[in-house]
Ligand binder design. Structure first.
Ligand SMILES: Nc1nc2c(ncn2[C@@H]2O[C@H](COP(=O)(O)OP(=O)(O)OP(=O)(O)O)[C@@H](O)[C@H]2O)c(=O)[nH]1
Length: 538
């Protein structure tokens, strides 16, 4: 695998590692989110239960006051105020507790007169665009006769609650069902409160009517509770310890949903669209109303419950992967450098080895192969010829009267003569496989693989050297440098003797010297014939 592939693999592994760390962090974050959501829902459930309890307690207050009216046919305003105040001190979300008797049109005058004894100027009134006016003539009225607390609610005294169509409808249904029924969310401006509220009507009867008709007949009036929703919801929320939740309260009784309360901050709708946690819970139905709560946690609520572990795992994991990748990258770079250096050094060593080998095979004076090279080549060539059943030719060349040459021209000139003879021999042979080597002193050898007839190359060697025309004035043979040549050849088999083969060439050369020099002598298989033939006489 090359460096680029390793590099790509490392980057891929890096991405996988970082992806895995991010996945681990994310899945932990998701688990944490689920736990937060469970906590959040439980907290909302607690607050919803607190609100339901608060509503039930408030309805209980109405039943307690109704008990007063059920036990007495004449309840004075003092008696009403006393019992109402005892509840008001404990229920801070009650705007007003009221007694609203049924007054028929023929009872109106007497009723107003009786009320004026305690409340001067009392009159049954109704609301109009221009303000409160004397109630118009109708069959029956439901004026507020007693109200507690009085201070702050004085202007409601005498107000005919049945003058409003929605309230009249609720009062009629409550009468028929003998149950407390509530209005939807209403403005409490008549009570000088800026909050929205709701009004519960609990019917009271003369006696104990058992049928719908009797209930309508024997209706005595209503115990009425007016409640401030903000305060009710606020006190219910405060009753549980958890803070940092946003709520909105809706009335879902009929198809149109009306908002009763909301503590959402500015931009509440943005919050709803952004948060991952929204919980909508329906409250237990009460007094004919079906309310529901929509809750959203604040950023602080979520942040308080979020740990740092998911971020730590994602960031630390990614960092570790990056550091690991960097470390591996550094190792890769280092090993690549070492690999390159090793390659370079191996190359240098090989070059040096080749040079050394070449040197060890080369004659330093003539720059042709030396005796060692010749011996190794002959060995290899010999084995090859046995396998291939081919011939080997061997030529031994010796410069004639070289001692005299040295003596005449000096040793340095002798060296130069040796170089020129070597070069001439090298140029004489044209096959690549032929080998010219210095055998020793002024003696040369030529190895000719796959050659049976060695006479021609041997003669060419002798002639070419003579044609160099190197002057040799002291030579008794010629005025130029001449050579004597011994030649032999063989097609060796396993029984053949390589040393004997070399000796044949040597003996042929000896014979050439003995026969007068400057000639080629072929070894004539003296192993059988013990004879040597002179091929060429100079
Ligand atoms: N200049 C020089 N002379 C060398 C070298 N090697 C051997 N010789 C000389 O070659 C001469 C060989 O002499 P001999 O063996 O007596 O033979 P020769 O004088 O050539 O006579 P024949 O071979 O019988 O013709 C010696 O004087 C060696 O010193 C060399 O490398 N350089």
């Amino acid at each position: 695998m090359n460096f680029l592939s390793k590099y790509i693999l490392l980057i891929a592994a890096c991405f996988v590692g970082i992806g895995f760390s991010a996945y681990m962090g994310f899945s932990l974050y998701e688990k944490e989110s689920k736990v937060i959501e469970q906590d959040f829902r439980k907290d909302v459930d607690d607050k919803a239960a607190a609100l339901e309890r608060e509503i039930l307690l408030n309805i209980e207050v109405l039943y307690a006051i109704k008990g007063l009216f059920d036990s007495s046919s004449e309840v004075t305003s003092q008696e009403f105020s006393r019992i109402a105040r005892s509840f008001l001190v404990r229920h801070h979300d009650i705007q007003a507790l009221e007694w609203v008797p049924k007054v028929t049109s023929d009872q109106r005058e007497a009723f107003e007169a009786a009320q004026r004894r305690e409340s001067p100027g009392f009159e049954i009134i109704e609301s109009e665009v221009e303000g409160m006016i004397s109630a118009s003539q109708r069959e029956s009225y439901f004026p507020v006769s007693y109200v507690a607390p009085f201070i702050g609610n004085e202007q409601i005294l005498g107000y005919d609650l049945a003058s409003n169509e929605e309230r009249l409808w609720i009062m009629e249904r409550a009468t028929d069902l003998d149950k407390p029924l509530s209005t939807s969310g209403v403005s409490l401006s008549s009570y000088q409160s800026k909050q929205r509220g709701f009004i519960i009507f609990l019917p009271t009867y003369h006696g104990e009517p058992s049928t719908l008709f009797k209930r309508r007949e024997q209706l005595r009036g209503f115990v009425v509770g007016v409640y401030r929703i903000d305060d009710m919801f606020g006190s219910a929320i405060k009753r549980t310890s958890v803070q940092g939740l946003y709520f909105s309260l809706e009335d879902n009784t009929y198809e149109t949903v009306s908002n009763l309360y909301s503590n959402f901050p500015e931009g509440g709708t943005t919050l709803l669209s952004q948060t991952a946690f929204i919980y909508k819970k329906s409250l237990t139905a009460f007094s004919g109303r079906q309310w529901s709560i929509t809750a959203v946690p604040s950023a602080g609520y979520v942040a308080e419950r979020r740990g740092r572990l998911p971020y730590i795992i994602a960031i630390l994991g990614s960092l570790l992967v990056l550091l690991g990748a960097l470390y591996i990258y550094a190792l890769m770079r280092r090993s690549a450098l070492i690999e390159r250096e090793v390659k370079q050094r191996t190359h240098d060593l090989n070059e040096a080895k080749q040079k050394l080998e070449a040197l060890s095979q080369t004659d330093s004076l003539t720059k042709i192969s030396n005796r060692r090279c010749f011996d190794e080549s002959l060995q290899a060539c010999w084995q090859h010829a046995i396998r291939e059943k081919s011939s080997i030719g061997l030529i031994m060349i010796d410069i004639d009267h070289f001692k005299l040459y040295n003596d005449t021209y000096g040793h340095l000139a002798g060296d130069q003569c040796l170089r020129e003879v070597a070069s001439a021999l090298n140029q004489t042979l044209n096959r690549k496989t032929d080998l010219v080597a210095r055998y020793g002193g002024e003696e040369f050898v030529v190895l000719l693989p796959h050659t049976r007839d060695c006479i021609s190359p041997a003669k060419r060697c002798q002639i070419n050297i003579e044609q160099l025309a190197l002057p040799h004035e002291s030579s008794p043979t010629s005025e130029y440098v001449t050579v004597s040549v011994g030649v032999t050849s063989i097609c060796p088999d396993k029984c053949s003797d390589m040393q004997a083969f070399t000796a044949e060439a040597d003996r042929a050369l000896y014979q050439a010297k003995k026969s007068g020099r400057n000639r080629v002598q072929v070894f004539e298989h003296e192993r059988t014939e013990q004879a040597v033939a002179v091929v060429n006489q100079a």
